[in-house]
Design a protein around this ligand. Structure first.
Ligand code: 3PG
Ligand code: MG
Length: 399
């Protein structure tokens, strides 16, 4: 891989230069209070920002948050993130009310050496996500005009062909930040020659989202453990009743063929926690995976499954985990995710947690982040990396 790095940029003089850092500060917000519920992605970009501040650069940070529809929407403002970022950096972060307009230009112009500004949500501008090259390019021109150099540290967004990820690096001297480098290094280990046994744990709600990664991983892994909402489509493919559990009817045939081709590598739950309803206080029991009552909904894997998965993980030398095992946001259905996460943390292996919900689960359940070798900040991005896809944000840095 032929990518210039932050260290290369720092080796040149950056004092007083405006450096645009694309970060992924797409953090979860509490719907009621608007408070940040998990600041993991903000903390993950601190090494890069800290190094630039130290070197006396004028640091201009940009990010998306959520999926606003190309125009300003207060529910998706990055303002709360500017506050939290300032606390973590130990210095105020100047917040621009727009992304490339008057506020952005004057905020950047007002930065002293070593100061940090955060621009408003990139996706308030239709050009950011546009499929039209010219529209994206015009927005990229405006962004690039705010800076003298570009650092990509938004690993969670490198799979998006968006202006700030793909088109800006074509317009400015560009390097990979510390987070992007670390992520690529770790995931590269998994696609290369990982130590064996190599065990992958997949969960989350939809098989359709994971199909490509399952196809890509099956020949490489020794074991593939499947839990979460997606396990019910596999159970159905084995001919079992799944009640009113999550089911992707149109994927049943695909799951059947995967099970056939997997030659025993895929491990499915043998018991599940089935509830009367999708609710935190719903009455529930552990039932056999081949005997889910027709009116009940499976919301977690059962204790026997956790024990079986833990046994498979105990002997592993390399582990990748993506997707919760159940509805961990509800305490009654968090045991499966907790049990599997603890088994991964305790394994004598190189352990990688893949982004999004699983990373949030580690922190929400109060597990020790240090017990894992790496917690990725990218959900979709890490899966696409493992699928072997070309990631637009990485490709743009290579040019
Ligand atoms: C994520 O949370 O998956 C990343 O921030 C990318 O966001 P997106 O899926 O809305 O592009
Ligand atoms: Mg996503």
């Amino acid at each position: 891989m032929n990518i210039r790095t932050l260290d290369d940029l720092l080796a040149e003089e950056v004092t007083g230069r405006r450096v645009l850092v694309r970060a992924d500060l797409n953090v979860p917000l509490d719907k009621q209070t608007g408070q940040i519920t998990d600041d993991g992605r903000i903390r993950a970009v601190l090494p890069t920002l800290g190094a630039l501040v130290q070197a006396g650069a004028k640091v201009v940070v940009c990010s998306h948050l959520g999926r606003p529809k190309g125009s300003p929407d207060p529910a998706f403002s990055l303002r709360p993130v500017a506050g939290r970022l300032g606390e973590l950096l130990g210095a105020p972060v100047h917040f621009a009310e727009d992304t490339v307009g008057d506020s952005a230009r004057s905020t950047v112009a007002g930065l002293a050496d070593g100061q940090v500004a955060l621009l408003e949500n990139l996706r308030f501008n239709p050009g950011e996500t546009s499929k039209d090259e010219a529209q994206r390019g015009a927005f990229a021109d405006q962004l690039a005009a705010l800076a003298d150099a570009y650092v990509d540290d938004a690993f969670g967004a490198v799979h998006r062909r968006h202006a700030s990820v793909y088109d800006v690096p074509a317009r400015l001297p560009h390097v990979a930040g510390r987070l992007v480098l670390r992520e690529v290094e770790v995931l590269g280990t998994l696609t290369g020659e990982p130590d064996r046994p190599y065990v992958v744990v997949l969960g989350g709600s939809k098989v359709s989202d994971k199909l490509a990664v399952i196809e890509a991983l099956l020949p490489k892994v020794d074991r593939l453990l499947v839990g979460g909402g997606m396990c019910f489509t596999f159970l159905k493919a084995q001919g079992h009743e799944v009640g009113s559990s999550l089911l992707e009817e149109e994927m049943v045939e695909t799951c059947r063929s995967l099970l056939e081709r997997a030659g025993g590598k895929i491990m499915l739950p043998v018991d599940v926690v089935a509830a009367d309803a999708f609710a935190p206080d719903a009455p529930h029991d552990t039932v056999r995976a081949d005997g889910i009552p027709s009116k009940r909904v499976g919301l977690d894997i059962g204790p026997e499954t956790v024990a079986g998965f833990a046994a498979a993980l105990r002997g592993a030398r390399t582990i990748f985990w993506n997707g919760p095992m159940g509805v961990f946001e509800m305490a009654a259905f968090a045991h499966g995710t907790r049990g599997v996460a603890e088994a991964i943390a305790n394994a004598d292996a190189f352990t990688v947690v893949g982004g999004g919900d699983s990373a949030a689960a580690v922190r929400a359940l109060g597990l020790d982040e240090q017990a894992f070798s790496h917690i990725s900040t990218g959900g979709g991005a890490s899966l696409e990396y493992l699928e072997g896809k070309t990631l637009p944000g990485i490709a743009a840095l290579e040019n």
